[in-house]
Write a protein of this length. Structure first.
Length: 194
């Protein structure tokens, strides 16, 4: 029973929404979702998973993929960090990777990211939950250009420095407070069934 960073959009949706109701249903069912993005029939998901592996190859030593962290304050919150840098067994930095079309990549590279827009706002909220779990003050949001949805091409792609752009996302205590407030009922349910 946990709320992952991918659940934050549903958590922050209104309590009367389908997304929030579906989250509560899944949470109380006790079923743990298993995602195999590389086997997905959805091109964007499959390509994203493949390119995530390729991006990992450009990171220096000391970084680990899919590193899981649980909040020490509210253990209902758990997140999987795309890439975490570990020192002495502790996360000291992490990166969240998002893949996007080449056209979107050019736009993002030129204009940056407006977290007030819904598509980017959900990334901001996701990273805030991850910052809460890790206790860090900032993280990197990385956008990587997608050129093709051909699996063979992507499995062999070498990621170049000019094919991704990084943005620093700072900790926002107001967003974290809202996440904690909305997560309180889930924590109470978890505590009740321990």
């Amino acid at each position: 029973m946990y709320i992952g960073s991918g659940d934050v959009a549903a958590l922050l949706a209104g309590r009367e929404t389908k997304a929030h109701t579906a989250l509560m249903r899944r949470f109380v069912s006790g079923e743990k979702p298993y995602y195999n993005a590389k086997a997905s029939p959805i091109d964007a998901l499959r390509t994203g998973a493949i390119l995530e592996d390729r991006y990992f190859l450009v990171l220096p030593e000391g970084w680990y993929p899919q590193y899981v962290v649980e909040s020490s304050e509210m253990d209902v919150f758990r997140c999987s960090l795309d890439f975490a840098r570990i020192e002495k067994g502790k996360v000291v930095e992490f990166e969240e990777l998002k893949t996007c079309s080449f056209d979107d990549f050019l736009l993002i590279s030129e204009k940056g990211v407006d977290f007030k827009k819904p598509v980017y706002g959900k990334y901001f909220n996701q990273i805030q939950e991850q910052l809460y779990c890790t206790g860090l003050d900032w993280a990197s949001l990385v956008f990587l250009a997608v050129y093709s949805y051909d699996d063979a091409e992507n499995y062999n792609r070498e990621i170049l420095e000019n094919e991704y752009v990084k943005f620093c996302v700072e900790r926002d205590e107001n967003t974290i407070a809202l996440i904690k407030e909305r997560g309180m009922i889930f924590q109470q349910i978890k505590d009740c069934y321990r």
